[in-house]
Every structure is written in C-alpha cells, then in structure tokens.
Design a protein around this ligand. Structure first.
Ligand code: TRP
Length: 346
C-alpha cells in the first residue's frame, strides 16, 4: 500500500511494522452516517492493525469556532462517538490535540520552511476568499499545523477523505524540506507520509438525495433514534412510482442506504422486490429504519452508558494525551537539536 519515494532523501516506509497511522478528527458536532461510512468505520478498523494516533483537532477548529462551550461539548462528543463505535483505548491512542502543545511549536518551525505562495493556493483558504470572506491567519496556516500533527508522531500513513490530498502533499513537502534543510543525509528525522484515501464506498445520499453533508442539512445522525430518526427516514426523497409498479433499485436513495446496512440475503431479497413491483418505498423505508436500528444498537447503548461515565472518558483522553506527548517530545528533542534551538530546561 505504501511506496517509498524515489527521492533519495525520503525514508523508506514500506516496512509494515513501522507503519504509524495518524488522523485528526474535527470536533464539529453530531456525526452522521455519511461520516461513518466515509471515515469512521475505516478509522476504527485501522486502529487495531497498526500503531495509531487519533486526535480531536480543537486547535484547527478554532479557525472557525469561537464558542468555548460548544468547543468543549463537541470535543467530548467526538470522544464518546469513537469509544461507542468501538475504538479500544488499549489498542491505540485517542486524545485531544491541544494536550500536545508541542504541535504548535513544531508548526512554528515549519512556518519558516513554507512559502506563503503555497498556502495561498490552499483549497479551503481560496474557498473562503471566493465566498468574499476574509480568512484569518489560522486558516491560511491550517495545513502547516496539520503537517505538524502528522509528523510529530512520526506518522507514515494518514487515512483521510479525498478532500485532504492537498494537505498531505504539503505535509510531505515539509517532511522532505525539514530533512533536507536540517538533518544529516543519513539521519532524516521525519518519514514522508502517504495518504490513505478513504474511498467513499458509494457516496452516501442524504434525505434529499444529495451527498449527505452537514452543510446541506440532509443528514441522518449515527446516534439518532426513536421518532426523530423515523421522521428523517420517512422524509427520504423518492420518485413517485406507485406501489404496484416495478422500480429500479439503483436509482433510489432508500435502496442506496439499505445497501450500506443490510446483509447480502436481505439486499438481494429487497432488490428483487423492487424489480417485481408490489413493494413500495414506504416498505423500503420501514426496512431501512429496522436495519439502521439494528446496525447501531450496540453503539447507541454503549454511548448512553459512556455518557454516564464521563470520568472514564476523561481518563481515556488523559492517558492518550500522555502517551502522545511522550512520542511527540521524543521527536521534538531531535527537531530542536537539528535546528539549533538549544534548551537549558532540563
Ligand atoms: N484537516 C482534517 C479534516 O478536515 C483534520 C485534520 C487535522 C487531520 N489534522 C490532521 C487529518 C492530521 C489527518 C491528519 O478532516
């Protein structure tokens, strides 16, 4: 899966045993099933297979979120979501980004290796400008902090959505530039990480048929249940083919969602029912509701349970932060030494 760059200053990271998985998660409120099938599911799967660091990127969130209460709530929500969905804190490290303030130290060092012109080409930065907004310096420098996030744990594999490709490119550039600028040729500090692009299974449609996205307001939450969940499922847009008529499952939003949740046998049965006719969208929605409820039943129960044990959740984050700081600090010692930033602290 990984390749080593032909560039001879790049470190060879093809050694599976040396793979370090890192990824940052935005604390941006309630997660939805598009997030689940797009990223979370793969994060959960990967974290037991390699050394892995997952962090809740509250420093990054500051570029747009300026509400302390919301920031705290969203941060803890992510932790609850990951733990409820099966993240095992014995197997990998989950923590809050700002518990490792060294990332901001490394980011500062990286700023001095980053051409402003490269940051001005950043997609989210350009987006803001295109919308007529005036971006703050945090947003301009967002990719540099992300590079620090990745490299400070020696990250070599970064599972992210396709929209993050550019950021990983900037990270790779910085790893190489740092190694070339400051390190002896035979002793580079940073591996050059590879993106692991999470293929969007098939795009998960929202209730209005567009891609499920918080910004479209068409989401179904992973932890929605009861009436609100039912309401959302019943609202999913379909065409108006009458119950009796045959329907094309491949053209239907409800079936697209059923495919994500149902086992093979149910999928086949429902597909056939669509094609034969006599099976209406109302039936399909009821079945979908059942599948969603079943699929997330255990995670929901665990989330309820965990939300009554916030001291445990805090312990997990605290322990994760401690492990992460140790790893980060060992990289930073080398970074400070290579850059000539002497310290008289110890
Ligand atoms: N920019 C990422 C996103 O919006 C979040 C992120 C921050 C991240 N730091 C990271 C992802 C480090 C991977 C690795 O999704």
């Amino acid at each position: 899966m990984q390749t080593s760059s032909s560039d001879n200053t790049a470190i060879h990271v093809a050694d599976e045993a040396a793979t370090v998985v890192v990824s940052g998660i935005q604390p941006s409120g309630i997660l939805h099933i598009g997030n689940y099938f797009g990223a979370l599911r793969q994060h959960i799967k990967l974290h037991t297979q390699h050394e892995a660091y997952y962090f809740i990127v509250n420093y990054h969130a500051l570029t747009s979120l300026k509400d302390a209460e919301a920031m705290k709530q969203y941060t803890l929500d992510v932790a609850l979501d990951y733990l409820a969905l099966g993240f095992d804190p014995e197997k990998a490290t989950l923590f809050v980004q700002s518990d490792v303030p060294q990332v901001t130290e490394l980011a500062w060092i990286f700023y001095n290796l980053t051409p402003v012109s490269q940051l001005e080409k950043g997609v989210s930065y350009k987006d803001k400008i295109a919308q007529g907004l005036s971006p703050n310096a945090g947003l301009l420098n967002y990719p540099v902090l992300q590079a620090a996030d990745i490299l400070i744990y020696g990250g070599s594999l970064v599972p992210v959505g396709a929209d993050q490709k550019q950021h990983i490119e900037i990270t790779r550039d910085l790893a190489q530039r740092f190694n070339q600028t400051f390190c002896p040729k035979d002793a580079p500090v940073f591996p050059v990480p590879e993106p692991y692009i999470l293929d969007e299974v098939s795009v998960v449609p929202g209730v209005d048929g567009r891609k499920m996205s918080k910004s479209y307001g068409n989401t179904i939450g992973i932890f929605d249940e009861g009436k609100p969940l039912k309401k959302k499922v019943m609202r999913i847009v379909t065409d108006s083919t009458p119950v009796e008529d045959p329907k094309d499952p491949e053209k239907d939003n409800v079936f697209a969602l059923i495919k994500l949740f149902a086992d093979e046998a149910s999928k086949e049965r429902i597909e056939q029912a669509y094609r034969e006719g006599g099976y209406g969208y109302g039936h399909a929605k009821k079945e979908l509701l059942g599948f969603i409820n079943e699929y997330f039943a255990e995670a929901r129960e665990r989330r309820h349970d965990l939300s009554n044990r916030m001291d445990y959740v805090m312990d997990v984050l605290q322990e994760g932060g401690k492990r992460a700081r140790e790893k980060a600090e060992s990289y930073m010692e080398r970074v400070r030494e290579c850059t000539g930033l002497i310290t008289t602290k110890r």
